[in-house]
Write a protein that binds this ligand. Structure first.
Ligand code: PLP
Length: 447
């Protein structure tokens, strides 16, 4: 019975990003199975998953092909590592396949099991690179406030979430942050284009302040996901690219959310026309069916690192054969079933059109989408671009709870609501998702 499961959970299970005492009072919702875009809970209630789990179930739930590949690989070779000049067929094949899909020149892959670990790898990788280049002072990594790059000490330091920094004594040294390009909240009287340029130029100002010889890299998500689906103005990324090129700064695109079809391209960097030196990936590479992450490294960077002796870094599960076999099958299915085409031609236009209708609600400002990412701002006075007063997130949490009750998972980030549904979602399911969201926003508004 659900109550028994909830009691066990509250007694023994510490949840990520959850208020433990509040959970004990209310009990967690127990998810027991899933198919397509629908989850089922322990009471048999169906819920449309508007978040693809945690932005990862790109192919949707219940794909038995992935289970079968995992079982086959477990029978044949359940584990071997990729340390000390050994490899496995799934690991090398996945690296080669990713090299085919990634932007020109990004043709080497270093595996981890998660996005956080991959970003920790990136910190070590870029420092090792500059050391090997004879520029060991280039150590500082610049990232963005409100960005999200994971939960490890390195990942959370690269991230710009103040609540995470406050709890962990972060960031670690030699990581610093500039402002995010969120025009609606911070653009004031400037046009989005002017604002995008101004925010990108903060990078150049920061490099000047720190000294070019001390800066190793800039890292950012092509579209900020966990920060609230913040789509940068069109002027932003070209200017960031120019600045990185001009000052000899490595550009790291964190593609953990944007990668593997989310934007309608294999990577967000392709959609945004960026030429990164390194890309972080995880989540969608396996549609969440197995934990795989990693860094996709440009051949020029990889050549320097490879020539510099041992890179003393790696994880027991770097290139785990079962996880890599599942990733290969997931990529094959995304490709052969034309899922990216479905996003471009059907799902993303349907999401954009339906999401825009939310803007008619008096409390909804700035409904926006890019590919299969959507975000909106809850506002007490949207013409004035006003935000709800403290405590920020009260209304967002209320909407999220109403969504849960109405059979749709929508996440809140403060008073921003976001969606990231499986890429295979149909236009009818998009209608259902947005109608349930609207009903929930309305109920929260009435309340
Ligand atoms: N980078 C980005 C952009 C993310 O959104 C996330 C997770 O949401 C991470 C890194 C961390 O990935 P993981 O949770 O697999 O460690």
């Amino acid at each position: 019975p659900t109550a028994e499961l909830q009691a066990l959970d509250a007694a023994h299970h510490m949840h990520p990003f959850t208020h433990g005492d509040a959970l004990a009072k209310k009990g967690a919702r127990v998810i027991t199975s899933a198919k397509g875009v629908f989850l089922k809970d322990s009471d048999g209630v169906e819920i449309l998953d508007g978040m693809s789990g945690l932005w990862c179930v790109n192919l949707g739930y219940g794909r038995s092909e992935l289970a079968e590949v995992a079982a086959r690989q477990m029978r044949e070779l359940p584990y071997y590592n990729t340390f000390f000049q050994t490899t496995t067929v799934p690991a090398l094949s996945l690296a080669a396949r990713i090299a085919e899909l990634a932007p020109e020149g990004l043709d080497h892959v270093f595996f981890s099991s998660s996005g956080s670990e991959a970003n920790d790898t990136n910190i070590r990788l870029v420092r090792h690179y500059w050391h090997a280049m004879g520029k060991p002072s280039k150590k500082i990594i610049i990232s963005r406030k409100n960005g999200y790059h994971g939960s490890t000490m390195g990942g959370a330091s690269l991230g710009g979430m103040s609540a995470m920094h406050a709890q962990g004594g972060l960031p670690i040294p030699d990581i610093t942050h500039i402002d995010q390009p969120h025009w609606w909240a911070e653009g004031g009287d400037t046009s989005p284009e002017e604002f995008g340029l101004a925010r990108a130029r903060q990078l150049e100002e920061k490099i000047a302040e720190l000294g070019e010889d001390n800066v190793a890299a800039f890292i950012a998500e092509p579209i900020q996901g966990a920060g609230g689906v913040i789509i940068p103005p069109e002027t932003y990324w070209p200017e960031i690219q120019r600045i990185c090129d001009a000052h000899d700064i490595l550009l790291i695109a964190d593609e953990v959310i944007c990668g593997f079809g989310r934007t309608g391209e294999w990577f967000g960097s392709q959609a945004m026309n960026i030429r990164p030196d390194i890309m972080t990936f995880a989540k969608g590479v396996t549609s969440g069916y197995q934990p795989v992450g990693g860094s996709i490294v440009h051949k020029d960077v990889a050549a320097v690192v490879n020539a510099a002796g041992d890179f003393n870094h790696g994880y027991t599960y770097s290139g785990h054969p079962v996880a890599c076999a599942v990733a290969l099958e997931n990529v094959r299915l995304l490709d052969e079933e034309g899922v990216l085409q479905h996003v471009r031609d059907i799902a993303a236009p349907a999401l954009a059109e339906k999401f825009a209708t939310l803007g008619e609600h008096p409390m909804v400002a700035d409904p926006r989408t890019f590919g299969m990412l959507g975000g909106l701002q809850l506002s007490p006075d949207k013409d004035a671009r006003a935000k709800f007063e403290a405590p920020v997130g009260t209304i967002g949490l209320r909407v999220r709870e109403r969504c849960f009750a109405n059979g749709v998972i929508m996440r809140h980030v403060g008073d921003r609501m976001i969606v990231c549904p499986p890429l295979v979602i149909t236009p009818e399911e998009i209608d259902t998702m947005v109608e349930r969201a609207l009903k929930s926003i309305d109920e929260a508004y009435e309340g």
